[in-house]
Ligand binder design. Structure first.
Ligand code: ZN
Length: 130
């Protein structure tokens, strides 16, 4: 189930993005099954590849012991603009998430005022597994 309040949390996370190279801000809200919500934003770096908002939120949560996840809301838009169109997770984030989520985990993509809901199987069918 999507918690509509998570949309505003995801948008708030965009304020903390560090994106001087792409000028694109991503904000996410990752909800755990225990009700705790972790914010994540993209953090870029001139020396090495940056990290996406989705993985930022997962790493924050995982490193604090979380292992049961319910949903993630993803918002994104250029600096100075409000999110409008879908901001889909990159391939790296899809593979990363696939290790930690169940088939009922909802990936909610903000799209012009509504949330389009996907599962990990929708976004990454036939994913790599050891
Ligand atoms: Zn990504």
């Amino acid at each position: 189930m999507i918690h509509i309040e998570d949309v505003e949390i995801a948008k708030k996370a965009r304020e903390f993005a560090h994106s001087p190279y792409s000028n694109f801000r991503v904000g996410v809200a990752l909800r755990c099954k225990n009700g705790k919500v972790y914010m994540g934003s993209n953090v870029e770096n001139h020396g090495i590849q940056g990290i996406c908002g989705e993985r930022t939120a997962f790493v924050k949560a995982l490193s604090e012991g979380e292992r049961e996840f319910e949903s993630i809301i993803i918002t994104g838009a250029p600096n100075g603009e409000e999110p409008t169109n879908e901001c889909m997770p990159c391939g790296y984030c899809r593979q990363f998430m696939s290790e930690f989520v169940d088939k009922d985990f909802i990936i909610g993509i903000y799209d012009n005022g509504k949330i389009n809901e996907y599962t990990i199987d929708d976004l990454l069918p036939h994913s790599f597994k050891l």
